[in-house]
Design a protein around this ligand. Structure first.
Ligand SMILES: Cc1cc2nc3c(=O)[nH]c(=O)nc-3n(C[C@H](O)[C@H](O)[C@H](O)COP(=O)(O)OP(=O)(O)OC[C@H]3O[C@@H](n4cnc5c(N)ncnc54)[C@H](O)[C@@H]3O)c2cc1C
Length: 387
């Protein structure tokens, strides 16, 4: 057994840490959140440094890294700025990985080099107003064939980065009367600027540099060639890419939490009360030590799930465990950091409280932790399906 990451992964980690320190200062990250602005310039610099293509195959303009490289990258970016880590995840996981798994040669040749060079961004257009957890029950958005095109009508909600995306990975119904709810669903790569699409950002309290948006499709025309994978098989395709998504979310939560824990530890060493650094009080020290243990355990689960996937082994249960645990620990770490920092924990200057909503968000999006537990109970422990 070897717990070391490879030399190459260590290089990626250090290069990104250095890049983030230089290019994405806390002041810059804060200003993006306050101004609700996606970091376009930084995105281009990330492309120039070959970070966007780390897990894209070399033949399509990337560096050919695997899921472990992808995890190291997301974790390091998210430690520097969760907003940038989240933007990376949306494009590389929802766009790059989906096209990598199910795209035709033409689609891969067209999209992946553009993605790696920072020329296109993606958003996942899946959740509907009727509900995200029971998405199969809620899904009303549909597409009908007309000549060489699909015509899309419907509405999606909470679509992250929809206002800056060039393409939507849109999941919809192509059969209104399927035998099973999971059948008759397809995935289309839709041009985000196509006539008939309206994008409206939703006001939210967290991660404001990456908007969550309502997306309306009103008779939107997209060529048949934009179908990703097989018509009617979209749900099964989506399910098979979910492990990647779970692992990616765990990597974001772990990276973000490690950055926040560092801020809290530094503060505990510097802040004095009763003539001592507050980190000398056992009540403070033990809290931080407990969170450090939990973070290390979360990272262990994350790397195990990623390693299993990278070795071509089954990783569905571990991916759900990793997502569940990293998001739970992430929230606890932000909450503890605020306790340790008292009033300064909720100031703009320290950027800690800003992460509270984000950390909570990871416990229910893109899949809720209750559904992770349902999956682990049912598939991992063989208990009866509870929903
Ligand atoms: C900031 C943000 C960004 C997002 N980005 C995207 C995006 O880019 N693309 C996209 O498509 N969607 C996105 N979403 C949507 C996200 O995936 C959904 O919010 C999530 O799936 C939960 O759906 P819901 O909000 O409709 O809650 P609901 O499905 O209504 O669930 C509410 C509660 O009920 C619980 N629950 C429901 N069913 C069960 C059950 N069977 N057993 C136990 N508990 C259950 C849930 O766990 C949850 O706690 C985003 C959401 C947010 C807040």
């Amino acid at each position: 057994m070897d717990f070391e990451i490879s030399k190459q992964q260590n290089m990626i980690k250090n290069a990104i840490a250095e890049f983030m320190k230089k290019e994405c200062t806390p002041e810059y990250s804060r200003s993006l959140d306050i101004e609700k602005k996606f970091p376009e310039e930084l995105w281009q610099k990330m492309a120039e440094n070959d970070f966007l293509g780390i897990s894209i195959p070399e033949e399509f303009g990337g560096s050919g890294g695997d899921i472990l490289d992808y995890v190291v990258t997301i974790e390091a970016i998210s430690k520097g700025s969760i907003a940038v880590g989240f933007g990376f995840f949306l494009t590389v996981c929802f766009g790059g990985k989906s096209i990598g798994f199910y795209g035709t040669e033409e689609q891969k040749k067209f999209f992946l080099p553009k993605l790696a060079s920072g020329k296109c961004k993606f958003a996942l257009s899946l959740t509907e107003p009727g509900g995200g957890t029971d998405i199969l029950g809620a899904m009303k958005t549909s597409a009908k064939i007309q000549g060489d095109n699909y015509i899309i009508n419907g509405q999606k909600t909470f679509i992250s980065g929809a206002d800056v995306a060039d393409y939507f990975i849109t999941v919809l119904r192509t059969d209104d009367n399927p035998k099973k709810k999971a059948e008759g669903i397809s995935v289309l790569i839709v041009d985000a600027k196509a006539p008939g699409i309206i994008v409206k950002p939703i006001d939210k309290l967290a991660l404001r540099s990456v908007s969550a948006c309502e997306v309306f499709y009103d008779n939107v025309k997209t060529p048949k060639s934009t179908l990703l994978g097989k018509e009617g098989q979209g749900w099964y395709q989506l399910v098979s890419t979910l492990n990647n998504e779970r692992i990616g979310v765990a990597a974001m939560a772990t990276g973000m939490a490690s950055g926040i824990l560092e801020i809290a530890v530094k503060y505990a060493k510097e802040r004095k009360a009763f003539g001592k650094p507050i980190g000398q009080f056992q009540a403070i020290q033990h809290k931080l030590a407990e969170r450090a243990i939990e973070l290390e355990a979360a990272r262990g689960l994350l790397y195990k799930a990623a390693w299993l996937q990278s070795a071509g082994k089954r990783c569905d249960i571990e991916a759900n465990m990793a997502k569940y645990f990293a998001s739970t620990v992430g929230f606890d770490i932000v909450s503890t950091a605020i306790t340790v920092m008292g009033g300064y924990g909720v100031t703009e200057e320290y950027d800690v409280a800003r992460h509270l909503h984000i950390a909570k968000g990871f416990t229910f999006a893109p899949i809720s932790n209750e559904m992770c537990l349902n999956y682990i109970g049912m598939v991992g422990l063989g208990l009866p399906r509870c929903y």
